[in-house]
Ligand binder design. Structure first.
Ligand SMILES: Nc1ncnc2c1ncn2[C@@H]1O[C@H](COP(=O)(O)OP(=O)(O)O)[C@@H](O)[C@H]1O
Ligand SMILES: [Mg+2]
Length: 309
């Protein structure tokens, strides 16, 4: 039997304005199942309700209706709260403190003892690549370094569920790779990572499962391998742009993007790939490149968000 780190049942959040004239349905009716020990990507366009969901899971925002459990327990359970680590989307640190002092401060707040902190603080600073900057003040840190420190803070008390709201938005490619490695390391130790990110190629590299949210509802949910194996995509380049070819392509495939001589088209299954090639040639297209590939998470995301409109 699969055990779940997070399970929500028809979770819903309606925000009301001060005068109750306006209401915003931020989360419509959310059914999520996040297997314990998995890396789970929680995706969706801006305003889809991701941060609101996370705030409910943390017990910071009260659901309008529905319910959820974390490791089978309600969030009012202090024992389960201690098992969660969190990196907020927007964080503001006491920037006069040094990195080390800040972690001590957060550690003491979560009830960690001095002995454990003396061991853990250098350990997590090392893990996020900030060991040399332990004694620097946070105000001297770049946005990327602050984000690393935020991640160190989230994993400090060795939580079993780590919730990261946009953990790599301020990081350069090397920083992102470090965070990716860190996430995989956490997973190898049996931790569950619940991740919200717009960097889909990144998500694709680390996540086992994803849910794609739009307007407060889950549009797709499942393990990445299965979700992405449905429709092959072909990247095509012609010698010259041709509206006639695009027209012919639309008859046998879904055009995902088109730009001058290049376009990407999605077919129903593998047997349609030679059909597509034939159509292009018959419509007068001169093929410079014809490269079938697996659908990427980004293709899936675009398709799911577009078709739900
Ligand atoms: N505190 C709030 N009060 C009123 N509306 C809010 C509040 N927080 C978020 N919203 C609205 O709820 C919707 C979902 O927002 P959010 O959860 O932040 O989405 P995401 O994180 O996916 O971008 C948006 O329409 C947003 O404007
Ligand atoms: Mg958000």
């Amino acid at each position: 039997m699969t055990s779940y780190a997070i399970e929500t049942h028809q979770l819903r959040k309606v925000y009301r304005s001060l005068w109750r004239r306006q209401t915003v349905v931020a989360v419509e009716s959310l059914d999520l199942k996040v297997p314990a020990g998995s890396v789970f990507g929680f995706l969706g366009p801006n305003g889809a309700g991701k941060t609101t969901t996370i705030m409910m899971l943390l017990g910071n925002v009260y659901p309008t209706s529905g319910s959820f459990r974390i490791f089978g327990r309600p969030i009012t359970d202090m024992g389960v709260r201690r098992r969660i680590g969190f990196l907020p989307e927007k964080f503001q640190f006491h920037d006069l403190l040094t990195a080390e002092e800040l972690l001590w401060f957060h550690g003491r707040l979560t009830g960690m003892d001095r002995h454990t902190l003396a061991r853990r603080v250098p350990e997590v600073l090392e893990q996020v690549g900030l060991r040399e900057r332990a004694r620097s003040r946070v105000r001297e840190f770049s946005k990327g370094m602050q984000q690393r420190l935020g991640i160190a803070q989230a994993i400090l008390h060795d939580p079993d569920l780590i919730i990261l709201d946009e953990p790599t938005s301020a990081l350069d490619p090397l920083g992102r790779r470090d965070v990716r490695d860190l996430i995989l390391h956490l997973k190898s130790r049996g931790k569950t990572v619940f991740l919200n990110s717009h960097l889909l190629s990144e998500v694709e590299m680390v996540c086992d499962e994803v849910a794609i949210l739009r307007a407060g509802r889950v549009q797709r949910q499942g393990d990445l391998e299965t979700l992405l194996q449905v429709h092959p995509v072909v990247d095509v380049e012609l010698r010259t742009p041709s509206e006639q070819v695009l027209q012919a392509v639309r008859e046998v495939a879904t055009l995902l993007s088109a730009n001058g001589t290049r376009f990407s088209a999605e077919v129903q299954d593998e047997s349609d790939i030679p059909v597509l090639a034939r159509r292009i040639v018959e419509a007068g297209g001169e093929l410079m490149r014809f490269a079938p590939r697996r659908e990427s998470l980004e293709d899936l995301f675009v398709r799911v968000v577009e078709e739900a409109k």
